[in-house]
Design a protein around this ligand. Structure first.
Ligand code: 5GP
Length: 190
């Protein structure tokens, strides 16, 4: 997605060889028009798949997942990052390490909002090692719903997450693929 590459070059900050700060676009500020463009692109790529529900993990995936859900005219469910006192006792839970925070968090999805009849498109912001995505994939699989695919805004292809998920036979579509952040420079694939 060329417009997204341009915005990443203009507004992204390379923090290290591993981490790209995208607060201006994804993780703090949201540009509604650009986000709708992302949603339209995911909807286009998965248009023939009979998607009935979009799923994401709070918090940074929510805006683009919402945009995708709006275009596809289906509900959006976001997995919560930790259990609350109000949590559903039947909730599906997984413990996942957090790449940026260096801590472990629990993600949970209520069975109330996902059913075995669903065909799910999982939308996420950035994939690095894939721990967060693998956690939610396990939850979706345990729900009995069909996981049609995963749409990721930014794939850091020099880290293993996207590759290992594709090796599981899951369709993973990313809007941009970054092959390197070495020496403070963002290098895109293709
Ligand atoms: P993973 O579980 O794939 O290792 O990491 C996924 C999550 O960590 C993403 O949802 C994202 O919030 C965060 N993350 C991983 N790498 C980066 C990065 O380079 N920049 C930013 N801003 N977040 C990242």
């Amino acid at each position: 997605m060329e417009v997204l590459k341009k915005r990443i070059l203009e507004e992204g900050i390379v923090v290290s060889d591993q981490v790209l700060k995208l607060d201006a676009l994804l993780n703090h500020q949201v540009d509604p028009e650009l986000t709708m463009e992302m949603g339209r692109e995911f909807a286009r790529r998965f248009s023939d798949s009979g998607i009935t529900r979009i799923v994401t993990v709070e918090s940074s995936g929510i805006a683009v997942a919402f945009a995708t859900a709006l275009v596809m005219n289906v509900p959006l469910v976001f997995a919560r990052r930790k259990k609350t006192l109000l949590a559903d006792p039947d909730a599906l839970c997984e413990r996942v390490p957090s790449f940026t925070k260096g801590i472990v968090t629990d993600i949970m999805l209520s069975r109330q909002f996902v059913s075995p009849e669903d065909k799910i498109l999982f939308i996420d912001d950035i994939i690095a090692n894939g721990d967060a995505a693998r956690g939610l994939i396990k939850i979706i699989q345990r729900s009995g719903a069909e996981l049609v695919g995963l749409g990721v805004v930014v794939e850091k292809s020099f880290q293993a997450g996207a590759r290992t998920i594709r090796e599981q036979g899951i369709r993973l579509e990313s809007l941009v693929r970054i092959s390197s952040l070495n020496e403070g420079t963002v290098v895109f694939e293709d």
